[in-house]
Write a protein that binds this ligand. Structure first.
Ligand code: APR
Length: 320
């Protein structure tokens, strides 16, 4: 069987890391697209030259021509600008909306059958806009945020409990921003819900609250340390997990920014929810029951995303 083709739209920090991970994991041949002269070609060649030592078979190429993404099975979108210290994800909206228009048109023309994973921020609004501009089926366009937010939450919890992160599960709902909703009740250590871990004396409610807040601020913490850009290793690894679920029809249960139509009282809206990802793309949105307090947090996250979608409509009136 021919290898899968993975198109990476944006060959910056996340794009380069995605290419490297896709190659090392032999997920398929990689085409990197970017408007920066020489950047995708240079990174592709550098990664290809690591192949003999790393021992992978995957063709790597770089391009500034959308025609070269033709027939891609997966497109992962990181094109746009990243945050600098002092900026929120929402500050990127105006610039990145324009980028989503050109990317959406490029994918629609050359790779309309691809599973598209958007990473560009502000994530929930950008994935919505990318879907609108591309016209692809909703189940084939989603956004990477929940896997990353859960991974951050799991990392902090594993450190706190001094256990393997493999045995920590975490559940995060809502938009990828300050209003994201880490759901403590559905997060566990080997099946033991976090509130029980507090009762068992493994941690305190205060420490748990601090971890939840650190998870919400996880992106900003990295921006503050790096100073010149935002996180890229963990975001790329998270998107590769989603791409692999699609390419291998794994039916993984992963949180992502998905089109929710009917569940959670939403009518046709992109926001972070648990989903099943397999060969059909986002095959299912899983609706969980929430307490009043959790529902209120989710609702406020949804209205923050709605505000950003309205702002997009105000900037580009082709988005109705
Ligand atoms: N088409 C293609 N590529 C573009 C376009 C465009 N219209 N506009 C910008 N780019 C490219 C830039 O040339 C750059 O190489 O997108 C790349 C972005 O890379 P970085 O600046 O390194 O940003 P990165 O850290 O990869 O993050 C990308 O993901 O997490 C989000 O907030 C982050 O929105 C940002 C995106």
């Amino acid at each position: 069987m021919a290898r899968a083709k993975i198109a990476l739209i944006g060959a910056g920090n996340i794009g380069g890391t995605l290419a490297h991970l896709a190659a090392v994991k032999e997920l398929g041949d990689v085409v990197m697209f970017d408007i920066a002269d020489g950047l995708p070609q240079g990174k592709a060649l550098d990664i290809a030259e690591s192949g003999p030592s790393a021992g992978f078979d995957a063709a790597m190429s770089g391009t500034s021509d959308y025609a070269d993404i033709a027939g891609a099975d997966v497109c992962i979108v990181t094109a746009g600008v990243a945050r600098k210290p002092g900026m929120s994800r929402d500050d990127l909206l105006g610039i990145n909306l324009k980028v989503m228009k050109s990317v959406g048109e490029g994918i629609a023309k050359h790779a309309p059958d691809a599973f598209v994973i958007c990473i560009t921020n502000p994530l929930d609004a950008m994935v919505w806009a990318l879907r609108e501009f591309s016209g692809l089926p909703h189940e084939k366009v989603c956004g990477m945020a929940g896997v990353l937010d859960s991974a951050r939450f799991r990392h902090f919890l594993a450190e706190e409990f001094q256990v393997s992160m493999r045995d920590v599960t975490a559940f995060v709902l809502g938009g990828h921003g300050d209003t994201m909703v880490p759901l403590v009740r559905y997060s566990t250590v080997a099946g033991i819900p976090l509130p029980d871990m507090v009762k068992m004396g493994w941690t305190t409610q205060e420490k748990l609250d601090a971890i939840v807040q650190r998870t919400r601020d996880g992106g900003a913490e990295i921006v503050g340390l790096l100073k010149t850009g935002s996180a890229f290793y963990a975001p790329a690894t998270s998107a590769i997990e989603m791409a692999e679920a699609y390419l291998k029809d794994q039916k993984r249960v992963l949180p992502c920014a998905a089109y929710v139509d009917g569940a959670y009282g939403l009518n046709g809206f992109y926001v972070g929810v648990p989903t099943v990802i397999g060969a059909g793309g986002v095959e299912k949105v899983i609706e969980i029951s929430m307490s009043k307090e959790e529902q209120a947090m989710f609702d406020s996250s949804v209205s923050a995303v709605k505000g950003l979608v309205e702002a997009c409509k105000g900037i580009d009136n082709s988005l109705t």
